[in-house]
Design a protein around this ligand. Structure first.
Ligand code: NAP
Length: 236
């Protein structure tokens, strides 16, 4: 049985795409998974798949940009499972347009989910990890958080911010044996955005990101993989 067996993980944005693949992969490691996103019907399907695998899942609909929703996710997790060992901050949105055309509400919404949401979830979960002097927080960022491209100003800014946030948090949290990592994937074949002209079979798949999460978590407790760049081997 894996070292992760019996541990409790919260996965945000777990209704579909990368978050769903991560939740199912953690369930296969015999972790108890709390799946959260706004669409309850998506979460119920993922929770059912976890149960079919013989695992335990709790579906909690929530908008992670709202403080009261995040507090509810954390308190229900503690009430049901008693601890939070792993937090996967995966939920994110992208709206792509040149600066002059990017709507102010879309700019604000991206920061509210991709950055404020990560901050709220982290702040709510951290005290429980500190109390037990162990834990892992993995933030799903993007190679857009290291690069620049036309039409990506708002989205890339949220992911550059997330990378900076994660590194500061990593230094604060490791004093408590809490491992904080950021995974930066290139384009992944999900419903997230059109992969203009790219062959969907050659770009990254959600399972590739889930496997990167497992790789980070499988390291011995004394070793911390703080950053992962995940690229397709040969996208052409
Ligand atoms: P996706 O298929 O669109 O799934 C996003 C998930 O996040 C959904 O379950 C969605 O559910 C949830 N979500 C959105 N807004 C939310 C909110 N306010 N509160 C709670 N949950 C929310 O996207 P994905 O491709 O799996 O992307 C996951 C993460 O990977 C994102 O952070 C994204 O930036 C990053 N990423 C994606 C790619 C890519 O090419 N796909 C590449 C690099 C990085 P609801 O709408 O029901 O809330």
């Amino acid at each position: 049985m894996s070292r992760a067996a019996g541990k409790v993980a919260i996965v945000t944005g777990a209704g579909k795409g990368i978050g769903k693949a991560i939740a199912l992969s953690l369930a296969k490691e015999k972790m108890k998974v709390v799946v959260t996103a706004r669409t309850a019907s998506d979460l119920e399907k993922v929770a059912d798949e976890v149960k079919q695998l013989g695992g335990e899942a709790l579906a909690i609909p929530a908008d992670i940009s709202r403080e009261e929703d995040v507090k509810k996710v954390v308190s229900k997790t503690i009430d049901s499972f008693g601890s939070i060992d792993v937090l996967i901050n995966n939920a994110g949105i992208g709206v792509f347009a040149p600066v002059e055309e990017l709507k102010i509400e879309d700019f604000d919404r991206m920061f509210a989910v991709n950055m404020r949401g990560v901050f709220l979830c982290t702040q709510a979960a951290l005290p429980y990890m500190k109390k037990q002097a162990s834990g892992a927080i993995i933030n799903i960022s993007s190679l857009a958080g290291k690069n620049f491209f036309k039409g990506g100003s708002g989205y890339a800014a949220t992911k550059w911010a997330l990378n900076g946030f994660t590194k500061c948090l990593m230094l604060e949290a490791r004093e408590y044996n809490i491992r904080v990592s950021v995974i930066c994937p290139g384009s992944v074949a999900t419903e997230f955005s059109p992969h203009s002209g790219k062959d969907e079979t050659k770009i990254l798949q959600s399972q590739d990101v889930a496997d990167a999460v497992l790789t980070v978590l499988r390291l011995p407790d004394n070793a911390l993989m703080s950053e992962v760049d995940l690229r397709p081997t040969n996208p052409k």
